[in-house]
Ligand binder design. Structure first.
Ligand code: GLP
Length: 243
């Protein structure tokens, strides 16, 4: 299968072109179901979507925005939760109705039930039109860490030590409180009609190389995207430097 790869020479172009993908999707199909990822890669992209909305005022009354994953054992309003990030970066600016903003829970007495309900709600709305995916430095997708079965559906998982340490430091959270992550599974992601994988920066170059130039293996979760029939890979030149 030939890959659909676009490489931008600057991060500014990368951000703007990715924001346009989201805006175009909403304009072409106002009732779209759009999955977003959080993190360093996507914050600015989301803010640009907000700016474009304030300039063009396209119809967002029917669109569904959902988060790919969520941090658990933090309050939902904590500034590092995916809920808070998406809300402040884009959902509030667009004025997305609360019932059209779907997130996995940060706390639950039954994650299995909540994960199942989350999947069902996405299906009820017609399935994922476009899944905007970030890439972990260890090739994770959402919180699907290396070794996660390709057949996995939404589930509770763990976060890498590096990410956990970062969140712990930012929140001054004591060591006895264990963070984790809850995420759509690989199978759920692969069900999306269209996927856009985004990576920028030198720190992602090796992950990008393994994702596209290595074998398709559960040890490299993002390598599964080689098999998706409608996946676009969008990089800045540093992330693409080892291809
Ligand atoms: C995080 C999140 C993902 C995100 C990825 C990349 O752990 N769970 O949703 O896409 O890792 O994050 P960043 O863009 O900050 O490198």
């Amino acid at each position: 299968m030939s890959e659909n790869i676009t490489v931008y020479s600057t991060v500014d172009e990368f951000n703007v072109e990715l924001a346009k993908i989201i805006v175009n999707q909403i304009i072409r199909k106002p009732e779209s179901v759009i999955g977003l990822s959080t993190g360093r890669t996507t914050g600015e992209i989301h803010r640009i979507v907000g700016t474009m909305y304030l300039q063009q005022r396209f119809d967002v009354s029917e669109v569904t925005i959902f988060g790919l994953d969520e941090v658990v054992n933090v309050p939902r309003e904590y500034h590092g939760s995916c809920y808070s990030m998406l809300k402040t970066e884009v959902v509030d600016t667009l004025g997305i109705k609360e019932e059209n903003f779907l997130m996995l829970p940060t706390n639950s007495d039954d994650y299995t039930r909540d994960c199942e309900n989350f999947r069902k709600e996405i299906e009820r709305r017609g399935g994922i039109d476009v899944m905007m995916l970030g890439l972990g430095e260890n090739d994770h997708l959402g919180f699907n860490q290396p070794g996660t079965p390709f057949g996995s559906v939404a589930h509770i998982s763990y976060m890498s030590e590096k990410l956990e340490a970062r969140i712990r430091k930012e929140t001054a959270t004591p060591d006895n409180i264990k963070f984790g992550g809850v995420t759509l599974g690989i199978k759920d992601i692969m069900h999306a009609s269209r996927i856009v994988l985004m990576a920028d920066g030198k720190n992602k170059a090796e992950a990008v190389r393994k994702m596209l130039r290595g074998p398709v293996t559960e040890d490299v979760p993002a390598s599964v995207l080689q098999l998706h029939p409608n996946c676009e890979f969008v990089f800045d030149k540093e992330a693409a430097s080892l291809l």
